[in-house]
Design a binder for this molecule. Structure first.
Ligand SMILES: [Zn+2]
Ligand SMILES: [Zn+2]
Length: 130
């Protein structure tokens, strides 16, 4: 599977709870299936992604899904002045987090921790807005 941004092969990492995450060795972004991400979030007492809110920003450019090559959609949440963003594939449900989101993990567990931290922040600031 290739990184949506760098077109280099990503490394597959296994999280201790059994989910798979792909990490780009070049930009350190991570790709995870939404079902796997939801399991990681629920395991850490966070709501599933679909109940976290956020809005699609169709003006922002995103890369292509490494699975089915459709364009990814940028989803923004949090403060309008300083939004948190992730990219989502509407076809396969894959989720892409850029290095900007605070991911630079070496192991699956580290990646899971960093994703949880990102979405904890995302869920917090999104609910403040509402
Ligand atoms: Zn990359
Ligand atoms: Zn896809």
């Amino acid at each position: 599977m290739e990184c949506p941004q760098c077109n280099v092969d990503m490394t597959e990492l296994t999280i201790g709870t059994g989910q798979l995450v792909n990490r780009c060795p070049s930009c350190t972004g991570v790709w995870i299936d939404v079902a796997d991400l939801n399991r990681v979030l629920l395991h850490n007492n966070l709501p599933g992604l679909e109940s976290m809110g956020g809005r699609a920003n169709i003006e922002e450019m995103a890369g292509q899904c490494p699975v089915d090559l459709v364009d990814l959609v940028v989803i923004e949440g949090g403060k309008k002045s300083d939004p948190l963003r992730y990219d989502s594939c509407e076809a396969c449900g894959g989720i892409w987090l850029e290095a900007d989101a605070g991911v630079d993990a070496e192991t699956g567990d580290e990646a899971a921790e960093q994703m949880v931290e990102f979405f904890r922040e995302y869920a917090k600031s999104s609910s403040h807005r509402a």
